[in-house]
Ligand binder design. Structure first.
Ligand code: ZN
Length: 129
C-alpha cells in the first residue's frame, strides 16, 4: 500500500502549479475508510500558496472525512523525477497535527526506499491545547 500511495502522489504531482518555485510536489492522503485524496502544490503570484499536503487535507475534510491513516509525499524540481525524500514544511506539519493521531504515517521515498515517520518524529513538542 505504501508503494501504491507513492505512485498516486507522483501522479498528483503532475498537476502542480509552480511557475515561481518550479518545485513540483504531490501527495496522496489515505483515509481510514480506504478512500484517497490527491493533492499538489498550487502557487500564486498575489497571495499565499498552498502545499500538496494541505491541498489533500482540505479536499478530504471538505468532503466530510474525519479519520486519516497516512499521507505519501513526493517532490522534485520541475522536469526531474522525485528521488529523495520530500519532508512536509513546518506550516503543514502543524496544520496536519489538528487532524491526525500518533498512528498516522508520513510515507516518503528516499533513493528507492520507503521511509515512514510519525507525527512525533516530525513535530515533537508541538503546540497543542
Ligand atoms: Zn507545506
Amino acid at each position: 500500500m505504501f508503494n501504491e500511495d507513492i505512485e498516486i502522489a507522483k501522479k498528483a504531482r503532475l498537476n502542480a502549479h509552480s511557475p515561481y518555485g518550479k518545485y513540483f510536489v504531490g501527495a496522496c492522503l489515505r483515509c481510514k475508510d480506504g478512500s484517497v485524496y490527491m493533492g499538489c502544490n498550487i502557487e500564486n503570484h498575489g497571495i499565499q500558496s498552498i502545499c500538496a499536503e494541505r491541498t489533500a487535507f482540505v479536499k478530504a475534510i471538505s468532503e466530510g472525512k474525519k479519520e486519516f491513516e497516512s499521507i505519501a509525499v513526493v517532490g522534485a524540481p520541475m522536469g526531474e523525477e522525485p528521488s529523495t525524500k520530500c519532508l512536509p514544511c513546518g506550516y503543514c506539519r502543524q496544520f496536519m497535527s489538528e487532524f491526525i493521531d500518533e498512528d498516522f504515517k508520513f510515507i516518503l521515498e528516499d533513493n528507492g526506499e520507503i521511509v515512514t515517520y510519525s507525527l512525533d518524529d516530525l513535530l515533537p513538542n508541538r503546540f497543542d491545547f
